[in-house]
Ligand binder design. Structure first.
Ligand SMILES: Cc1ncc(COP(=O)(O)O)c(C=O)c1O
Length: 379
């Protein structure tokens, strides 16, 4: 079956008990046992519940994995993946990684003996040079948030496999509709489902999609032990969002390209970071490994005051953290999503104070351009 068909039907079968076309929300913490040790497949909702299982089946199909586990947020999913490691293990993380991952690794996981280096994973030479005898994992975000740097997944996966290193890819910005890292050789995919998978900005969620049984067994153990699995209602919301993933991503992709081209021509905009533009340094890699370019764009207005003026003047675009919803969101990474990254690191990776990030929604693109146009006129 095609992607859109799978997104609508896998894990979304009608309820066998009643025929309801939409599966019910199993809003229960426990399951009655028929006899001691005999149940219908579920005993306690921290361990598993039908809404979680259904969503996991759908995600496994869409990402082409062996199995999946869904978590209370993207960060909970990413934390679970790092817990596959042991004290003394070394991880190479994309240099311009999401601020929350930077905080988790630099401030929390280092206390448990894990070692992290932040490397430009778009540069194979730098990546090779960073590998140590104890390197066990490469964690690549592609495109990176918000600098839109692309890692060549197939190239890095060859290197990782030669060196017996696990390659993890954060596929949040693309969604499985636009990019399938496992087919390109990655071992594990993570998502903030809060973004495109849900698509409607009404819950948080995270996912880990696995290709190896031993990793899967460990992730299930971690989830069950730590109690970080996603609740029934939120699983149901994400599953509902996924039904329209294909059409949403097609429209996000069209609107994203239109806004990127508009911004690139605007005299107040110094630089546009969007992998769909020929000016993007990894445009060719993006063309090769992605089915489209998505709707995340960053652009530089020169300084924080110019950015502040724009952000305070937009009406249709909402000034907010997060991304990937049907509505357009606009933000200033240096003061918002990436505020936990120290200023010198932000400068090194290109998160300037005037860098604005826009998550282009699926509104009529003419309305979005009109809004940006009136706001940019005040800059
Ligand atoms: C690329 C990326 N990965 C992971 C996360 C973390 O996800 P969550 O906010 O659902 O914990 C985010 C959040 O913005 C993100 O942008």
């Amino acid at each position: 079956m095609g992607f859109a068909t799978d997104a609508i039907h896998v894990g979304q079968e009608p309820d066998p008990a009643t025929g309801a076309i939409v599966a019910p929300i199993y809003q229960t913490s426990t399951y009655v046992q028929e006899a001691l040790g005999k149940n219908k497949g579920y005993d306690y909702a921290r361990t598993a519940h039908p809404n979680r299982k259904a969503l996991e089946r759908c995600l496994t199909k869409l990402e082409g994995g062996l199995t999946s586990y869904v978590f209370s947020s993207g960060m909970a999913a990413i934390d679970a993946v790092f817990r596959l490691l042991r004290p003394g293990d070394h991880v190479i993380v994309s240099q311009a990684v999401y601020g929350g991952v930077f905080r988790l690794t630099t401030q929390l996981l280092v206390q448990f003996g894990l070692q992290f280096d932040y490397v430009d994973t778009s540069d194979l030479g730098k990546l090779q040079a960073a590998i140590k005898p104890n390197t066990k994992m490469i964690y690549a975000e592609t495109p990176t948030n918000p600098t839109m740097i692309i890692t060549d997944i197939a190239q890095v996966s060859r290197l990782a496999r030669e060196r017996n290193i696990t390659l993890v890819v954060d596929n949040t910005f693309m969604s499985p509709y636009l990019q399938q890292p496992l087919a390109l050789g990655a071992h594990i995919v993570v998502h903030s489902m809060t973004k495109y998978l849900n698509g409607h900005s009404d819950c948080t969620g995270g996912a880990v999609i696995l290709s190896r049984q031993d990793d899967a067994d460990k992730i299930f153990f971690i989830q069950r032990s730590a109690g970080s699995g996603l609740a029934p209602m939120d699983c149901w919301l994400v599953a509902r969002g996924i039904k329209t993933l294909a059409v949403r991503m097609q429209q996000h992709d069209k609107n994203g390209m239109a806004i990127a081209k508009y911004l690139e021509k605007h005299p107040k905009v110094r630089r546009v970071l969007y992998p769909g533009l020929a000016s993007h340094p990894q445009h060719e890699v993006a063309k090769r490994q992605q089915k489209g370019f998505g709707a995340m764009i960053s652009f530089d207005l020169g300084d924080v005051e110019a950015a502040r003026r724009l952000l305070n003047k937009v009406h249709l675009c909402s000034l907010a953290e997060s991304l990937g919803g049907v509505e357009t969101l606009i933000s200033l990474p240096a003061l918002m999503t990436h505020a936990s990254v120290p200023p010198h690191v932000r400068a090194e990776i290109g998160i300037t104070d005037g860098l604005v990030r826009i998550s282009v929604g699926i509104e009529d693109v003419e309305d979005l351009i009109a809004d940006l146009d009136q706001a940019l006129a005040t800059v």
